[in-house]
Design a protein around this ligand. Structure first.
Ligand SMILES: Nc1ncnc2c1ncn2[C@@H]1O[C@H](COP(=O)(O)OP(=O)(O)OP(=O)(O)O)[C@@H](O)[C@H]1O
Length: 267
C-alpha cells in the first residue's frame, strides 16, 4: 500500500499557556492539493513548522512518505520544498541568482544546477525576467520566485504558507494556476494554508478546517458543502462548525501589513 504523503497523529504544541495545536490527526494523500484553512491564530503555521521539522513533533507523531519526522529529520527535509509566509527572496539578487542560491543550499549537484534553476524558473513563468533584480518584481512575481526557490530541489512535498496573502485577485489566480500546473506536471503533493475560502474551493482537492488548534471538519469542498445543505459555501461550513467567520477583518489588515513589509524589504 502507498504511504500517505503526510500522516499526523495526535499533534500537540503549546507556546507557554497557548495551545497552538491541539490533538490534530491528519492524512494527506500522495499527489493531492490539500488545503489547511482557518483564520489567523488557528494553528496552521505551527502545524506546518512541525511537519517541516522546525518544531518538535512529540508527544504526537508525524510521518512524511513513511519517514518519522522526529527520527529522520534530514531525510524528510530532502523531500520537502517550503515557502514560508515571511519573505525569502533577496531584492538585491536577480531571480536566477535567488534560485541558484537555494539550489546550492539544497545540495542540487553542481553539474545539474544551472539546468535545474532554468527548469524551476520556467515552471513558474519567470524565464523572461530571470536576469532582472527581484526588487523590481511585483508581489505576484516575488511569490512565484519563492515557488521556484522551493521547486529547484524537485521536492515530493511542496508546503506553502499563505502563498497568496496580500496579492491582488489577478496575481492570486496566477499563483494558483502555477501551483495547479506544477502539480499536474510533477505529480508532487501540495500542502497549502490559506484563509481565502474561494481559493480553497477552486483549487484544493481536500481541505481541513482548523480553529483554535483543532481540525473541525475535513473532506472535499463539495462534500463539506453538501453536508450542510444546498447553496452552502465553505465559509458557511466553517461558521457552522466553529461559530466563527473564516475571513476576518484582521486578516485583511494583516495582508496589507504583509504586503508593505515585502515592499519595504525589497525596495
Ligand atoms: N513563536 C510563538 N510564540 C508564542 N506564541 C505563538 C508563537 N507562534 C504562534 N503562537 C501562537 O499560537 C497560536 C497559533 O498560531 P499560528 O501562527 O500557528 O496560527 P495560524 O493559523 O498560522 O495564523 P497566522 O496566519 O496568523 O500565522 C496563536 O495564538 C499564536 O499567537
Amino acid at each position: 500500500m502507498t504511504e500517505p504523503a503526510v500522516r499526523c497523529t495526535d499533534l500537540t504544541h503549546s507556546f507557554g499557556t497557548t495551545r497552538a495545536v491541539d490533538g490534530v490527526d491528519l492524512e494527506i494523500h500522495p499527489g493531492e492539493v490539500f488545503g489547511l484553512l482557518g483564520p489567523n491564530g488557528a494553528g496552521k503555521t505551527t502545524t506546518l513548522r512541525m511537519i517541516t521539522t522546525l518544531l518538535p513533533t512529540e508527544p504526537g507523531r508525524i510521518t512524511v512518505a513513511g519517514l518519522d519526522v522526529a527520527r529522520r529529520k534530514m531525510a524528510v527535509r530532502r523531500l520537502i520544498g517550503y515557502v514560508p509566509q515571511q519573505l525569502s527572496a533577496d531584492g538585491a539578487l536577480t531571480g536566477r541568482e535567488n534560485v541558484s542560491l537555494f539550489a546550492r543550499l539544497f545540495d542540487v549537484p553542481r553539474a545539474r544546477r544551472a539546468e535545474e534553476v532554468r527548469r524551476a524558473l520556467d515552471l513558474v513563468g519567470l524565464t523572461g525576467d530571470a536576469d532582472r533584480t527581484a526588487k523590481g518584481y511585483s508581489g505576484g512575481m516575488i511569490r512565484r520566485l519563492e515557488l521556484a526557490q522551493a521547486l529547484v530541489s524537485s521536492p515530493r512535498l511542496l508546503i506553502l504558507d499563505e502563498p497568496t496573502i496580500g496579492l491582488d485577485p489577478v496575481a492570486r489566480s496566477a499563483v494558483w494556476e502555477r501551483i495547479s500546473q506544477i502539480r499536474a506536471e510533477t505529480g508532487m503533493t501540495v500542502l497549502v494554508t490559506t484563509h481565502y475560502m474561494d481559493e480553497a474551493e477552486q483549487y484544493c482537492d481536500r481541505v481541513a478546517l482548523m480553529h483554535t488548534g483543532k481540525i473541525r471538519a475535513l473532506g472535499t469542498p463539495a462534500e463539506l458543502e453538501a453536508d450542510l445543505g444546498p447553496e452552502s459555501t465553505l465559509d458557511d461550513v466553517f461558521r457552522a462548525v466553529t461559530g466563527d467567520r473564516l475571513e476576518s477583518e484582521e486578516g485583511g489588515i494583516r495582508s496589507v501589513r504583509a504586503t508593505r513589509r515585502t515592499a519595504r524589504r525589497l525596495g
